[in-house]
Design a protein around this ligand. Structure first.
Ligand SMILES: [Ca+2]
Length: 232
């Protein structure tokens, strides 16, 4: 290098030699070209991702989730005496749930009449409730009806939602694919185990006569569903 003074201030010699070197130039051009290619790919990738995100936000990935329904039913008839309280247990065995189905909700209908045969015998009072068991279910759901009573022989209808969000009605969902959309509806373990109904009877008798018992029928319907998703 000719200029000792500028060399002392800042040594460009190495850089100049590099630029002067033909092989180094080629390496640099190739490296630069590669960088451009990598940058182009990255930009393209980002553009695609952006497209997907926009699709989600704009609702391009909307699905309609509908449910094929099936029922499993139990019926039990009991004769109870005045003042008696009795618990009936119904076992929902996981092996009784068909493949691909889940337990959505469990309904119980309690029916009775006035069977004493006594003249002018008023209907008895029946109270029914569904106590919390070890069954995994939506015990705190607002749509549940876990207790009820009747004193005119009308039916008592009880409901326990077992699978989160299930109402039997189809729902809208968004997601990238069918698998993702169906995940919330395929959680296992809800609604199997023991479902119990506790009954209490208080008879009402006509004047000077004694109505001491009543027959009560409990119908339990376990509502099963199989979800499917179609893009909309
Ligand atoms: Ca009665």
């Amino acid at each position: 290098m000719s200029n000792e003074e500028s060399e002392a201030e800042f040594d460009f010699s190495g850089f100049t030699e590099l630029l002067d070197d033909r092989t180094s130039n080629i390496v640099m051009v190739v490296a630069l070209a590669l960088s451009v290619v990598v940058l182009a790919y990255t930009t393209l990738d980002l553009a695609n991702l952006n497209e997907e995100v926009r699709g989600l936000v704009e609702g391009d990935n909307n699905w309609d989730v509908s449910f094929e329904l099936q029922s499993m039913t139990f019926q039990e008839t009991v004769v109870m005496v005045d003042g008696e309280q009795r618990q009936l247990d119904f076992d929902v065995d996981p092996s009784d749930v068909p493949d691909g189905f889940r337990v959505g909700e469990i309904r119980a209908i309690i029916t009775y009449g006035e069977t004493s045969g006594l003249p002018a015998d008023p209907a008895d009072s029946v109270a029914a409730n569904v106590p919390q068991t070890g069954m995994q279910a939506q015990w705190g759901d607002d749509n549940n009806t876990l207790s009820g009573s009747s004193n005119d022989a009308s039916d008592i209808e009880l409901l326990l939602r077992t699978h989160p969000g299930f109402t039997g009605q189809s729902v809208n969902a968004s997601g990238l694919n069918e698998y993702q959309v169906l995940q919330p509806w395929l959680v296992e373990g809800f609604g199997t185990g023991t479902f119990s109904v506790v009954l209490e009877l208080n008879t009402q008798s006509p004047p000077f006569l004694n109505d001491s018992d009543e027959e009560i029928v409990v119908n339990v319907e376990v509502v099963l569903f199989k979800p499917s998703a179609t893009p909309v």
